[in-house]
Write a protein that binds this ligand. Structure first.
Ligand code: F6R
Length: 245
């Protein structure tokens, strides 16, 4: 595992964007696995800036996102599709037909998940998977206790995740209770993984995930067993790992 220590959030965003753009430059028709949440927003902004300057070309890139809420349409401002469109897809020259997320409006959960697995397999897997880290160690919506052997599946969100995501909704009752998410097996199949972590409030879980035991109770800890993981984290979130890196 490589760990890049960033001074602050903007340094973190630039470093992460550098790694993503290197992937796009080295393999223009790559498959990028993308994440939503607050942490990657700065990296997306930086990628858009470089695209506008003419330094990046997304015309051959395909993307697959980690997850989507169940029961929320693409037009809904809280959907992850809407988020990706706002923050990246509509800002660069990516072909919309090559941007994939689980279909939140597919009521048949088994079909939604099987279809998404099929898309990922038919693309030949993910070249670079971007991840954020949940306060309870979740990656995607893989909450503590999840079996490591799962592919895309439907999950019930934990109370903690519902509360954490409430900031994007009018009230707690508006936060969807279920989501479709790539599983740990899907995430671990990516050829490279890039995790971005920011903030003091992630310091404890970051230490647990990367330097504690590998256990389903901290889903991100499985990344210790992946052969090509890059962690870009700011000083605040690395506070408890100082003596280890
Ligand atoms: C996002 C996702 C989540 C977030 C995680 C961290 O698609 O699946 O696992 O990456 O909750 O979120 P932030 O970056 O908002 O702290």
């Amino acid at each position: 595992m490589r760990i890049y220590r960033a001074k602050d959030y903007s340094d973190l965003s630039r470093k992460a964007a550098n790694i993503i753009s290197a992937q796009v430059i080295m393999k223009p028709n790559c498959v990028l696995g993308l994440a939503t949440g607050s942490t990657p927003v700065g990296a997306y902004r930086q990628l858009v800036e470089w695209y506008r300057k003419g330094d990046l070309d997304f015309s051959e890139v395909t993307t697959v996102n980690l997850d989507e809420y169940r029961g929320i349409s693409r037009e809904n401002k809280q959907s992850y599709y809407y988020f990706m469109n706002e923050n990246l897809f509509s800002q660069v020259n990516i072909h919309k037909t090559r941007t994939f997320l689980p279909d939140g409006m597919e009521e048949d959960a088994r079909k939604a998940c099987a279809d998404y697995n099929q898309i990922i397999h038919s693309l030949g897997g993910v070249d670079l998977q971007l991840l954020g880290l949940g306060h309870n160690g979740h990656i995607g919506f893989n909450e503590p206790g999840i079996a490591f052997e799962t592919e895309t599946h439907c999950v019930n969100l934990t109370e903690r995740t519902i509360k954490a995501n409430m900031r994007f909704f009018l009230s707690e009752k508006d936060v969807p209770r279920q989501a479709y998410t790539m599983g740990i097996k899907t995430i671990m199949s990516a050829r490279k993984i890039l995790m971005v972590v920011s903030g003091e409030d992630k310091a404890d879980i970051l230490e647990e995930a990367f330097f504690g035991p590998v256990t389903p109770s901290v889903p991100a800890s499985i990344l210790q067993l992946h052969g090509d993981v890059t962690l870009v984290a700011d000083e605040a979130s690395l506070r408890k790992c100082k003596d280890r890196i």
